[in-house]
Design a protein. Sequence first.
Length: 190
Amino acid sequence: MKKEFTIIAGVDVSSTKLDFCIIEDANSKQHKHGVVTNDHKGIRKLITTFEKNSVDLVAMENTGVYSIPLCFLLQEGKKDYSVIAPLEIKRSQGINRGKNDKADAKDIALYAISHSHKISLTSLPANDLLELKLLLAEREKLVKSINIFKATKVNEGYLPKDILKSVMALNKKTLELLQKQLEKIEKLIQ
């Protein structure tokens, strides 16, 4: 059976701050807005605000690692929350002019209210899975970097060897280092 949510908070998550909007009734013009820092102290303050306002559900867009500290503390406090794909929220709005964090927080809360019938509660995976996810992301960045540095070799047929010599020497050292890092990450992934 789906849980009924009456007071919903939408949170716009960025690397440095959390804009939030608490909505009790979608038709009301009265909403509570605020901003806290995206750190332990700010998140604790935010959770206290949610408790004072009897928030039953916290909704936020999936912003990757920026939302993880908030998710950890919400989960620790046994607070219901849902991490929603940004595209899902955007598609539900149609054409939208002007964009700011305060409006985004409100849009997230309104989305959660109007789509509460299909909101799925979120919980963080085990630490091992979080670490694996991070390692895979780092591996992907290394592979891209290696391919970028390998692309310098294309210049060999077009530029004189004496011009390319110093660049290719640096490039070779960088590639060797990146390759070693890739091997280390692949061992950690295993």
